[in-house]
Design a binder for this molecule. Structure first.
Ligand code: ADP
Ligand code: DP6
Length: 330
């Protein structure tokens, strides 16, 4: 029986200058470049097996069979990869996220990067990281960046064959920390994909960000290159606030922050007054990231761990890009 299996591990990435708005929804072409940090402790492991024994595709996430949108997105991506490999065997996909799914911590980024890398290996498609990034982008835009480790920029383009991510600096270039804060309370009314579309179409603030994003990207590249943590933090926070202003001024209103998010934002401001270098960024969920330097991480974590409405903190370092591993999930 014809059958081929592979497993990949991909890390999530934290957007420092966010991807927010598509110029092409089918090809997933972004309206702006974006810059992120691939982190080492939020990851997805995915095993893919293409085999004659499957009559249809099956997708299991964290041991649960998926249906609806989650399953359809995976099947659509498998179809794209199968057509590239000129192969039509059905697949079983088993995936595990070691952090909350669909909660603003970029599970679609690590999820589709792992799916792409594992599938391409199983399909014997010999692709370089740039090609993998372009294919992964079609599953979820932010996953194009998780193919690479360290500091990464995803380039916008009008052509599908020209929009891919590239590494700006490897994980050892700038030793910083991303403390992921997970709240007991969770709220999310819209998926990232829906929110991005609604806000592009309805928020008067959407265009305002386009006017300043090139300057933000320049500042972020400079901050990374010069290891200027203050510039990195200030620029990431400013971009985060802009994206959430767009969300808040959309119709319907998209609000991802909860009271706890705002309390931690205020705590971070107090940290800074006390000489602790810390900045926040939040994606499409109430959970958040605190960007800091290694020497402050333990103290911040200690303070956070005493707060009752926080269930978990994860201190992340800059991490590696997506890779093939030997341990299959089935
Ligand atoms: P976030 O990326 O913040 O977790 P999104 O709404 O962008 O939230 O993406 C969540 C969606 O990504 C899920 O609903 C599911 O469709 C998909 N997803 C998450 N994890 C995986 C995975 N491991 N493999 C495939 N798809 C996944
Ligand atoms: C707020 O990559 O999840 O996290 O391309 O529709 O799958 P799709 O969107 P997705 O969007 C991520 C948005 C963000 C910012 C970012 O990661 O840059």
């Amino acid at each position: 029986m014809k059958s081929t299996k592979a497993t990949a591990l991909a890390n999530s990435n934290t957007a420092l200058i966010k991807y927010w708005g598509k110029q092409d929804e089918k090809l997933i072409l972004p309206m702006t470049n974006s810059i992120s940090l691939t982190v080492d402790s939020l990851s997805t492991t995915t095993t893919v097996e293409f085999s004659e024994k499957y009559q249809e595709d099956h997708f299991f996430l964290n041991d649960e069979k998926q249906t609806g949108t989650a399953e359809n997105r995976v099947i659509e991506h498998l179809n794209l990869l199968r057509s590239k490999a000129k192969m039509n065997l059905k697949a079983k996909v088993m995936s595990r996220n070691n952090f909350p799914t669909a909660a603003g911590l970029a599970s679609s980024a690590s999820g589709f990067a792992a799916l792409t890398v594992a599938s391409c290996k199983a399909l014997d498609l010999k692709l370089n990281q740039k090609e993998l990034s372009m294919l992964s982008r079609r599953g979820s835009g932010s996953s194009a960046r998780s193919i690479f480790g360290g500091f990464v920029e995803w380039i916008k383009a009008d052509e599908a064959s020209e929009s891919y991510a590239k590494q700006l600096a490897n994980k050892d270039h700038f030793d910083m920390r991303d403390i992921v804060v997970i709240f007991k309370q969770q709220k999310r009314e819209f998926s990232t994909r829906e929110a991005m579309k609604i806000s592009k179409e309805t928020s008067p603030m959407f265009k305002a960000r386009l006017d300043v994003v090139e300057t933000s990207l320049d500042k972020m590249r400079k901050a990374i290159e010069q290891r200027d943590f203050t510039l990195l933090g200030q620029t990431a926070e400013a971009d985060c606030n802009l994206v959430h202003s767009i969300a808040l001024t959309s119709k319907p209103k998209l609000s991802f922050w909860i009271d706890e998010t705002v309390k931690i934002i205020n705590l971070i401001k107090d940290f800074r007054k006390g000489g602790i270098a810390a900045y926040y960024t939040v994606d499409t969920g109430s959970n958040m990231h605190i960007l800091t330097l290694p020497q402050f991480a333990a103290e911040i974590e200690m303070i956070l761990n005493r707060i009752p409405y926080i269930v978990k903190t994860v201190v992340c370092k800059p991490g590696d890009g997506a890779k093939i591993i030997d341990n299959h999930l089935f």
